[in-house]
Structures are given as C-alpha cells and as structure tokens.
Design a protein around this ligand. Structure first.
Ligand SMILES: *Cc1c(COP(=O)(O)O)cnc(C)c1O
Length: 461
C-alpha cells in the first residue's frame, strides 16, 4: 500500500507546495465545495499568473508596467475607493478635478474655467464619451433645422485603434475609414474633401497611431476642414485621440500645435495608464468648452452643497488610479515628466537605430514621434518571417508582436516595439543582442535549442 500524498487534515504540511490543494489540479469550472487556506490560495493564483509573460519585457503594450515604491504603497492604501462615491470620497473627487484641469492646461485649453473633463477607465471609454458628444451635438443641430439625423458618419484613418470601431458599432455611426498607403501613412488633410458630408459628426486625428507611433497632422487636418467649411459650409469638429501622444507631445514636442491651440479641436483624450505613467486603468477626456457636451450626457451628483457633473459610462470604478495620477503630477512635475519621456525616447531611438543597421529590417518610420516604432522585413532572402522573429524572442521572454498593417497596406507585416519607462538602455542592449541572435538562428535554420533559447536571461519575475 502506498502512503497517501495528502497529509491527514489538521496536520500542517511542511511547505505550501506539499499541501493538499497544491497536489491536485485547480478547479476550473465549478466553485470548489470547500475553501483552502489563504496562503495556499494566494500561492496558487500567483503561480498561475506567473505563467503570463513578464510585464516589463512586454514590448507590445503601451500600458504602464512600472511605478515606484511610493506609488505602490499609495495604491495598496487606496484600492478600496470607488470613484463614483463623490460624496463619500470628496477629496478623491476633488483630486480628479485637479488632474483633468492640469491636463487641460498642458493641452493649452484657452480657459480652464469653461472646460469640462473627467477621468475614465481608459482611452476607450474616453473615446466613447467624446464620440457620443459629437454625435448628439450633430443630431441636435440637424433636428433644430428640421433635417434628418438618421445617418451619422465619422471620418477616421484605417489605422485607428479598435476602440473607434467599437464606438461606431455600439452607437450606430458609420465609420468612414480613410485608408493608409505609402503616400499617406497617416490621415492627411488632402483626403478629407471626398469623405466628409453634412452627416459627418467629426474627424478623429490620432496623436500616436497605434500601429506605427506616428502623429497625424492635426493642424493640417484642421486647416483642410477650414477650407471645406469655406467652400461647402460644413463646420466639422476634430477630436484628437491622444491616447499615447497626449502625454508625450506636451513634454517633447512643445512647438507642435496639435491640441486646443488648434481652434477646431473640440476634445482630446489620453490614457493616464500609458505615458501618463499610471498603472491600468485610467483615461482622461477634456472638452475645451462645457457647451460642447450635450447636457443629457451629464448626470449630477450632489456634492458639498453644490453639484458635480459625472459623465462616464460605468458607475463604479477604482478611484486609486486617479490618486496615483495626482501622485505622479506632484512627484515628477513638468520637468520630471519631460525627463522621463526624454529618457524613454532616447531608448526608443537607440533601439530604432540598432534595428536600422540590420539588413534584414527596414524601419517603417525613421523619425520617431512617440517612443514607439515599427519595422518591416527587408527582402533579402531567408525563409523566415517577422512572426518567426516574434516566436524566437519569446524564448528570451521578450514580447514583440508582429501584425499586418491596416488597409491599404494590409499585405505588409510589421513588428513593433513600445518603449516605456522601465526599459533601461542596458536591457534594451540585451534585447538587441537577442534580436541579432534570433536572426542568426533563423538564417541558419536552427531549430529547437538555439543560441537565443540558451541565453542566460530566461523567464524573469
Ligand atoms: C491604446 C489606445 C487606445 C485605447 O486606449 P485604452 O486606454 O487602452 O482604452 C485608443 N487609441 C489609441 C491611439 C491608443 O493607442
């Protein structure tokens, strides 16, 4: 008779890993009948999550994977706050206001006392709100003139982030995608006349195209819409999707006019959890004037004898991220943000230059706007694709995606790196070493145990 693996109940196993629940597969469909000790449950969940990729080596994501110890402490002390309890957590509500106003001023809002803004769970929710405001304002104006408001459309690059496709589907707005091509790698002014009409609720300009990191020329797009207004009488507003660039351009491209300095820009969103340097999920949206938000989108919650407008889609949401944003604003200040973004950009430029020296690859964009860049496979022979390179890099823990570009360049595969605060120059050097090793292996047709796979840095934690 063999001894049972499970110790008799009540007996303390010598290690967590010799406890009964560690010696059985985890429940996956039904709630387990009984529970397990908290330290065992903790270890079980932690170990399951350990099999995810290592966040700091995840070069696919734009979302913050590093904050300092004080931020971590603040987070763990405030994760019980629900942002919607404005009356109970009045100070958090007040801090939310301070944050969007600081952001509005970073974006050169003409008069912050006339502006309106809110935190959201991310840029996706912010985009829904900005898009809804455009749609409802357009519909109200149409109806006031006795015109039909049945067929709204919105003009965007085919390279928009998926949240805009969702916006169009969720709220029945026709998406008029302007395809990218080699001559127009982003949306540009000269393409607009053919696609806008009286049913166009707005044009979305992206500051930091997800696929390539490029800025769209907001000022040029706006000037084209000025010409269209003069010629055709259509007054079409611009929303800027600054999910990533909204927190880069104010620090690194101060002379670039992409924000509320451009009159036609009515609203801007950014992701606090991207280059706002806060953990997920936090977004921001600001309108230059409260009149740009239809009153029916604003719900009032009584607050300190006055009332505070709320205009988010969700009701409950964590409030801690808002406090973390304020923490970063106080801690870093303008100069600190500038230094962090500059350092991130320097690492991105180093990586781009190194990859540019490799014959196998051609940068999609030589000039970086945000610390994000993409490259293609140069046609120099070799029976491998960028997808093979992604696979190889995974062996050393690096998550570097490859994917096709959107229409009309969908036959082109690119690979992309998003550099974030937390990827230092030395780690970036290791990445280049691993990339070169991957290419060497692929060129020599090596399979299985490769130089890349035997690198000393495996799965970090
Ligand atoms: C990331 C991103 C979004 C979506 O933002 P979330 O904060 O992830 O919801 C929208 N637009 C652009 C350009 C993005 O890069």
């Amino acid at each position: 008779m063999s001894t049972p693996l499970t110790p008799p109940s009540g007996e303390i196993p010598p290690t967590i890993f010799s406890s009964a629940d560690e010696l059985a597969p985890l429940p996956k469909l039904r709630l387990p009948k009984g529970g397990t000790r908290s330290e065992v449950a903790y270890q079980l969940v932690r170990d399951d999550a350990m099999l995810d990729g290592n966040a700091r080596q995840n070069l696919a994501t734009f979302v913050s994977t590093y904050m300092d110890e004080h931020a971590d402490r603040l987070y763990s002390e405030t994760f019980d706050k629900n942002i919607v309890d404005k009356d109970e957590y009045r100070r958090t509500a007040e801090i939310e206001q301070r944050c969007w106003k600081m952001i509005a001023n970073l974006w050169h809002v003409p008069d912050v006392t006339k502006a309106i803004g809110t935190s959201t769970v991310g840029s996706s929710e912010a985009a829904m709100l900005a898009g809804l405001a455009l749609k409802k304002r357009w519909a109200t104006a149409r109806k006031a003139k006795g015109q039909s408001a049945d067929a709204p459309n919105i003009v965007l690059s085919s390279a928009v982030q998926v949240c805009w496709e969702k916006f169009c589907v969720y709220w029945d707005v026709e998406a008029r995608f302007v395809p990218i091509d080699d001559a127009h790698p982003t949306l540009s002014g000269d393409q607009l006349d053919a696609v806008v009409d009286e049913n166009t609720i707005g044009v979305v300009a992206i500051m930091g195209v997800t696929y390539t990191g490029a800025y769209e020329p907001v000022k040029e797009i706006s000037a084209a819409l000025d010409r269209i207004q003069a010629a055709r009488g259509l007054d079409i507003p611009v929303h800027v999707d600054g999910a990533s660039g909204g927190m880069i351009a104010p620090f690194l491209n101060q002379d670039l006019e992409w924000d509320f300095r451009v009159d036609r820009v009515v609203s801007i969103n950014t992701s606090g959890h991207k280059y706002g340097l806060v953990y997920p999920g936090l977004g921001w949206v600001v309108w230059r004037d409260v009149d740009l938000v239809p009153p029916e989108l604003i719900f009032r919650v009584s607050y300190l004898g006055g009332d505070i407008p709320t205009l988010t889609l969700n009701f409950s949401r964590p409030g801690a991220q808002v406090l973390l944003q304020y923490y970063q604003f106080l801690h870093l200040g303008f100069s600190g943000y500038q230094r962090v973004q500059r350092a991130t950009m320097d690492v991105a430029e180093f990586l781009a230059q190194e990859i540019d020296t490799m014959d196998e690859f051609t940068l999609f964009n030589k000039q970086l706007d945000i610390p994000v860049f993409a490259w293609q496979r140069t046609d120099v022979g070799g029976a491998w694709t960028l997808a093979d390179v992604s696979d190889r890099l995974r062996m050393t823990g690096w998550l570097v995606p490859s994917y096709p570009l959107p229409d009309n360049l969908s036959d082109r595969l690119v690979q992309r790196i998003v550099v974030r605060n937390g990827l230092g120059r030395d780690l970036a050097g290791d990445l280049i070493g691993d990339l070169r090793a991957a290419v060497r292996d692929l060129d020599s047709g090596a399979a299985g145990h490769s130089a890349a796979a035997s690198s000393t840095r495996g799965f970090a934690h």
